[in-house]
Ligand binder design. Structure first.
Ligand code: ADP
Ligand code: MG
Length: 697
């Protein structure tokens, strides 16, 4: 299509539009705010608002909304129209600087984890001008942060923005100590690869578990799964291809640089990857990607499942969070570069990340925890719950050289060479990669592979930014005070390798032996959301986030509450859905089929012919056995849901009861239901099977 370049970003109030439509002085002022964080004057806001309104109306907008990301993890919007009545009974269209900068949605119905009690219900949204506004469905969307009236973050964007500041500050200190006088800021960049499933809408509607929980709570495996490996990168079916095409077009209009699309490993599973951008924009765009996937799928009579584990027995979905740090003048700090000087700086940055991941493995694990991911992490699927770093042979070897101190003899002509003249070109080829590692270096960036497919990437990234900021801070403290810079760098690198090499693992992360080996290395292995949650409120976590002004103690405590509350609510909904399906669909189907088989037994007997009816009688015995088991488990599940729901005084204990009681009982119930599924006549079975849903074309 020839006008693709016109289509891209056509609904975005981006730099190009601003340059065209804003007076020069206003444009300069807003750029200074966007690029350097200089506070925005009211007069500038008025001019921007007016230009934004005119532009949006030309694009068909009648309303505007502050678009924010409350702790629910999804986005929120409240639309206001531009209209303002005049005395003569007409209207004019208005949008003020004040309305652009600040909104006041009622905060009381969003999760606040106790912050609400302390700080009143009121909250406000504040324009984040670093993420461009856009028009969608006749509304101007303005990306905003969402805070309580006293400034506590009630959302997922605020800590992300704060963490980007923190990282920039500390990384700049390190760069300055390396003599960099040109860069002004360091920006973290992210390219999130999004996995998802597409299934037929009609079948979806027949599955209450998918409707209420996003995953199947029942379902015997289909005869075929993913074992033939014929879906990964396979030819796109027409229907899927049409969906993907429309998805791309919609995303491009919104300025989302959707780049790569392909079939994934599991049947009916696919992936979309955009070109990376700053963490903040990448996070907003990922929300748009997820939302647009759902909407476009619906238009194609499909449903997009973003849950981490919609189907047992085949791969679940995640997000590969590709992450790096870049200076405002375009230097990727995780790119080894070509000169020895660049190489040393690269090694310092690399070790900063490795050190951060080792020191704060628990927090990083926590950042990827949600109930859906509990089915993946630590449950024999990619990646494991144990955090480790993959570097590849070459880099690991270089770090070993650093550790063994051959560096000293290599300092020549005042130039630090730390054991290698220049680093060899590192492979960026995906074939060399270790696909089982949760945190892999991939040539010029790290790929954090644990991030849950349904969640915002904000949490993983503000955690990553903050732990790396801390690591860089410690490095800067050393380098700024060094009397001999070169030998200090050398000593520092050596110490860091010695201290943190335990986190490096290049082998197969799925192997049993790795679990044992990791335990020997004292690496944490946190297998559930409930256990991970506690890591938010440890002394270590509180002092880290406070030091870098990312989250206060009160904010962390509220996040802990919310995380456990959401866990409890999620498993409760799953438990109730399982009960409803078991009692009202599966049990009756089983009984009806038992009746049919029993009738057959009686009919044959009634003929009076002496005939072997062991087929029917054996089946009858098996069926009734499974039905009894199912009924027993229904009662058990009912009891444990009741017990868990009563434990309201202690959210942690309650969450444990949902995990160890309700969740476990749901699986026991499922075992009987799945057994019945393969015994009962297909015509009697009330819900689409795995085979129906996953192989539907
Ligand atoms: P893969 O083989 O994993 O698909 P790609 O090279 O296609 O590898 O990259 C995957 C993602 O990484 C893309 O979204 C890409 O834009 C992103 N990416 C590349 N470079 C960087 C970087 N410096 N910082 C962050 N993300 C990056
Ligand atoms: Mg990848």
């Amino acid at each position: 299509m020839s006008n693709l370049s016109e289509l891209f970003g056509s609904n975005v109030f981006n730099d190009f539009v601003m340059r065209e439509r804003l007076p020069k002085a206003t444009y300069k002022a807003i750029k200074k705010t966007i690029d350097e964080g200089v506070p925005l004057g009211q007069d500038v806001a008025e001019v921007v608002a007016s230009a934004m309104k005119d532009w949006a109306i030309e694009k068909g907008a009648t309303h505007f909304t502050h678009w924010f990301q409350p702790m629910t993890g999804v986005t929120a919007e409240k639309h206001d129209s531009f209209i303002s009545p005049t005395a003569d009974g007409k209207i004019i269209l208005e949008f003020s600087g004040k309305e652009l900068i600040k909104g006041e949605p009622d905060a009381s119905s969003f999760p606040s984890g106790g912050l609400r009690a302390t700080f009143e219900a009121r909250g406000y949204t504040a324009w984040d001008c670093t993420s461009p506004a856009f028009v969608k469905e006749n509304t101007l969307f303005i990306p905003t942060a969402f805070c309580s009236y006293t400034g506590e973050a009630l959302d997922k964007k605020t800590p992300l923005l704060r963490s980007m500041e923190a990282l920039s500050k500390q990384a700049m200190r390190v760069l300055k100590s390396f003599g960099n006088n040109t860069s002004k800021r360091v920006i973290t960049t992210v390219g999130p690869e999004q996995e998802y499933f597409l299934i037929d809408k009609e079948m979806y509607k027949q599955r209450k578990d998918l409707v209420f929980t996003g995953r199947t709570l029942f379902g015997a495996p289909a005869p075929k799964g993913q074992e033939l490996e014929d879906h990964y990168f396979g030819t796109l079916k027409e229907k899927i291809s049409a969906f993907m095409h429309e998805l791309d077009m919609e995303l491009w209009k919104l300025g989302v640089s959707a780049k790569t699309k392909h079939n994934e490993v599991a049947p009916s599973q696919h992936e979309l990857a955009p070109i990376f951008s700053t963490t903040n924009i990448a996070t907003d765009h990922n929300q748009l990607v997820m939302e647009t996937m759902r909407k476009v799928a619906n238009r194609h009579d499909l449903v997009c499942l973003l849950h981490e584990k919609p189907f047992a027995g085949v791969n679940g979905s995640g997000k590969h969070n590709n992450w790096s740090m870049t200076t405002d003048d375009g230097m990727n700090l995780l790119d080894p570069g070509k000169t020895p000087h660049e190489n040393v700086q690269f090694l310092v940055m690399l070790c900063a990340v490795i050190g951060a991941v080792d020191d704060y493995a628990e927090l990083l694990r926590l950042s990827a925890a949600n109930p859906g991911n509990d089915h993946r992490l630590g449950a024999n699927e990619a990646p494991p719950a144990i955090i480790s770093v993959f570097l590849g042979e070459q880099l690991t070897d270089i770090l070993n050289q650093l550790k063994n101190g051959c560096a000293k003899s290599c300092i020549q002509g005042g130039e630090l060479k730390i054991g290698v003249n220049t680093l060899p070109a590192l492979p960026k080829d995906s074939t060399d990669r270790n696909r089982t590692s949760p945190f892999a270096f991939t040539g010029n960036k790290f790929e954090f592979r644990m991030v849950p497919s349904s969640a915002t990437i904000s949490k993983s990234n503000y955690t990553l930014n903050t732990i790396v900021a801390e690591s860089l801070c410690n490095i800067a403290d050393r380098l700024e005070n060094a009397s001999d810079f070169d030998s200090e760098v050398e000593a520092l690198l050596k110490e860091m390798v010695v201290k943190h090499e335990k986190i490096i693992f290049n082998g197969n992360n799925y192997a049993e032996e790795w679990i044992e080996e990791a335990a020997k290395r004292n690496l944490p292995n946190i297998t559930s959301t409930v256990d991970a949650a506690k890591e938010i409120i440890t002394e270590k976590s509180i002092s880290l986030f406070k030091k870098h002004s990312v989250l206060s103690k009160a904010e962390l405590e509220s996040r802990y509450e919310i995380m456990l509350e959401q866990y409890v609510k999620t498993i409760n909904i799953e438990g109730l859905t399982a009960l409803e399906m078991a009692k009202r669909q599966i049990l009756p189907a089983g009984i009806a089929f038992v009746q049919a088989v029993a009738d057959s037994v009686n009919s044959v007997k009634a003929t009076g012919i002496d005939i072997d009816i062991s087929a029917q009688t054996e089946l009858l015995v098996e069926l009734v056995g499974a039905l009894n088991g199912l009924k027993k488990e229904i009662k058990e599940l009912e009891a444990v849901i009741f017990k868990a729901s009563e434990m309201e005084d202690d959210i942690y204990k309650q969450a444990c009861c949902y995990r160890d009681g309700v969740f476990t009982r749901m699986n026991d119930l499922r075992a009987y239901a799945d057994k019945l599924e393969i015994l009962v006549d297909k015509d009697y079975w009330p819900i689409p099977t795995y085979g129906d849903m996953l192989f539907n074309d």
